[in-house]
Structure formats: C-alpha cells, structure tokens
Design a protein around this ligand. Structure first.
Ligand code: CA
Length: 229
C-alpha cells in the first residue's frame, strides 16, 4: 500500500522537528511548511492525505489556512489542528470550517499519531450516514434509525425525536467532536426549535434516559460533545 502523505504546517521549529521525526518513524511521507502561505502552496501542489495545521502561524493564520483549504485550494486533505490551551474558540471555529480533529499543546507524539490514524481511518470508511438508514451498534448501545428505536444495555429506551436525532448524529461518527452549532445544524431542518443552549438540555436528557450508556456521550470542554469510540 502506498504511504500516506502528511503536510505539517508549524512555525515552531522544535515542534516541527518532533512531529516530522515521529511521523516518518510511523511510516508516513512527510512534508513541512513553516508559514500559512507556504503551507497553502504545498497543499495545492502535493495534494496530501492529511494536514497537521498549527493555528498560531505568522501571516496567514491556521484558521484562514483551514478556510481556504476547504474552499478548494488544497484538495480534500483531512485536517488535524494544533492549538494552545485556552484557544477553545479557535478550535470551535476550525471544526466548523471543516477541520477533522485537533490536539492541544503541549501534546505527546503518541496522542497526535493516534488522532491522525483515527482521522485517516474514518476518511477511508467514509461517512456512515450515507445509504439506507443504518443500525448502529456501539458497545451496549444499539440505534435502529429505520425504526427510530434505541436499545441501551438491553433495554429499549423512549426518546423524543430531537433526542433521537442528536444521538443519531453523534453515533454516525463515533469519536468525532461535534460543536453545539454543528449539532443544531444536524438536527434542524425538520421544524424543531434547537439552539446551542437547548443542545445541552437534550444531552442531559439523553444521558439520563440511556442509563449506563449515558456515559458514552462525552463533554469536550469548551468545544462540544462526542460519542465515545
Ligand atoms: Ca505556532
């Protein structure tokens, strides 16, 4: 199988060197860029499978790079953002611009590698919400989208339609972080009044009704929610 290509955009040279070393060791082809401009050029010419993108860059910052890439200047590369602690607003903005995941600094190379592998794996599988309505099974949780039925640890659970849709959205991409705005977007369109605030209320209700399986829904502080992989 051909090696996956990763483009790392990071201006701090010691961090860049650390990432480069670990990705090469893990068997990836790795290219580097130290500014947003250089990163965008290389993304366009190399068409990498994945980008590791630092948000704090001189010149064109990471969010702007992310936006331009998603407007079609860099192909369909997956994006894993690097951000400092306390940049939750930027993380949320990046995820909403179409970044796939993020790692906060300081991070261990193992964590970054694990995120990269997971993102590439999900990319290969494609979104699981295409095709006929699936039956999703995650640990002890079974979601039958065709029948609007949920079974948690062997017990059938009564959910409201909105709760069901929130759960279905999260379960469609286990491990994926959804921002509140993405959950609102995913659930809206069917005439339900859903707001950022009411997403939190739906989650509280869901966790309670799912019993032991409620713990599968994880809060990602300052960012949103995800279903445990
Ligand atoms: Ca930086």
């Amino acid at each position: 199988m051909e090696k996956k290509q990763i483009l790392v955009i990071e201006d701090e040279e010691d961090i860049l060197a650390l990432i480069h070393y670990n990705l090469v060791k893990a068997g990836y082809r790795v290219e580097c860029a130290t500014s947003g401009e250089e990163g965008l050029e290389k993304a366009a010419s190399l068409q990498p499978d994945l980008l590791v993108l630092d948000l704090m860059l001189p010149g064109i910052n990471g969010l702007e790079v992310c936006r331009r890439l998603r407007e079609g200047h860099g192909g369909e590369a997956a994006i894993v953002m690097l951000s400092a602690k306390g940049e939750e607003a930027d993380i949320v903005a990046g995820l909403e611009l179409g970044a796939d995941d993020y790692v906060t600094k300081p991070f261990s190379p193992q964590i970054l590698l694990a995120r990269i592998k997971a993102v590439l794996r999900r990319r290969e599988q494609g979104p699981s919400d295409s095709g006929p309505l699936p039956v999703l099974s995650i640990h002890e949780l079974v979601i039958d989208a065709g029948r609007n039925k949920v079974i948690a640890a062997g017990n059938e659970v009564e959910l409201t339609l909105t709760e069901f849709r929130v759960l279905q959205l999260l379960a469609g991409r286990p491990g994926w972080v959804f921002t509140r705005a993405q959950i609102v977007d995913g659930v809206r369109g069917e005439g339900y009044a859903v707001t950022d605030r009411s997403v939190d209320v739906q989650i509280v209700g869901l966790r309670k009704k799912l019993g032991v399986c409620g713990a599968y829904i994880e809060t990602v502080r300052g960012v949103g929610y995800r279903l445990k992989e």
